[in-house]
Design a protein around this ligand. Structure first.
Ligand code: NAD
Length: 267
């Protein structure tokens, strides 16, 4: 296998679809073996896994850990060690979102979201760090959001979790500063994926318009501040940032928050 990441192995959480699958493709294209993770229908996931393996000619395995469960997160890293041999790259991508004002926000959803968006990342980092340090090479990339920098009404837990993951990113980066292990965050703006698809469907139903008309309306509600480019950011545009962070050229990027937000936070 050729490619700049040939011989490397990556665990990418929440990667059976959406942006996570885009991350898997970017790394697989460079020859990296992949462990996929995420919730979904077994046959669909197997189709995704097999397609990735045959398209890029790398080993691709799947672990179905439910990241709300501490033991399953730790076991997922053990499973990657057993089946891929090691973990060189960890992408903490899985995420939950729920929209409701603070006073109505369900407490159980608050705890579940923090478990997936923050605690699972902490546990996975804690478990992989010793082996990365021992080899003096590693890439840890936490997928945050513009909501790591700004607050959005009805997204209290999501915003709190994304601020938290950015804090964790900085501390891990500093604790590994004299090693070949880097830790950074990518902060996407609005990408068209399951998270936004649900909102577009709601728009379409509420307004009695087609899905494509609803996309325009969705973008419109985010103007002028949230979508200055007047379009969604693509999965490929976000995943490109991961490719850079995992390359040798990314070795000196430490504790950074890479904004791929179409100018949202620049305004
Ligand atoms: P998505 O809903 O398509 O993907 C989320 C993934 O997380 C899915 O694969 C899902 O199975 C997995 N997941 C959720 N709960 C899980 C659990 N308990 N155990 C295991 N896996 C679980 O969403 P996406 O848009 O691809 O989001 C990926 C990441 O990017 C998230 O962290 C999200 O917060 C972040 N993000 C997305 C956007 C956007 O506009 N889509 C913007 C900024 C940040």
């Amino acid at each position: 296998m050729t490619g700049s990441l040939a011989g490397k192995c990556a665990v990418i959480t929440g990667s059976v679809g959406g942006i996570g699958l885009g991350y898997a493709k970017v790394l697989a294209k460079e020859g990296c073996a992949i462990m996929l993770n995420g919730l979904g229908e077994a046959a669909e996931i197997e189709k995704t896994r097999a397609a990735l393996e045959s398209e890029f000619g790398v080993q691709v395995v799947y672990n179905g850990a439910d990241l709300r469960n501490q033991d399953e997160v730790i076991a997922m890293i053990g499973d990657a060690d057993a089946r891929l041999g090691k973990v060189d790259i960890l992408v903490n991508n899985a995420g939950m979102q729920h929209r409701e004002r603070v006073e109505d926000f369900p407490i159980d959803i608050w705890h579940q979201m923090l478990a997936v968006n923050v605690t699972a990342a902490f546990l996975a980092i804690r478990t992989v760090l010793p082996q990365m340090k021992a080899r003096n090479w590693g890439r840890i990339v936490n997928i945050a959001s513009v909501n790591a920098h700004v607050g959005t009404p009805e997204l209290s837990c999501y915003t709190a979790s994304k601020h938290a993951i950015l804090g964790l990113t900085k501390v891990v980066a500093i604790e590994t500063i004299e090693t070949g292990v880097t830790c950074n965050a990518i902060c996407p703006g609005s990408v068209r994926s399951n998270l936004s698809e649900h909102r577009i469907d709601t728009f379409a139903a509420q307004r009695g318009v087609s899905k494509e008309e609803a996309v325009d309306a969705f973008i419109e509600t985010k103007m002028p501040y949230h979508q200055p480019m007047k379009r969604f950011i693509t999965v490929e545009e976000v995943a490109g940032a991961l490719g850079y962070l995992c390359s040798e050229a990314g070795a000196a990027v430490r504790g950074a928050s890479i904004m791929v937000d179409g100018g949202w936070t620049a305004r």
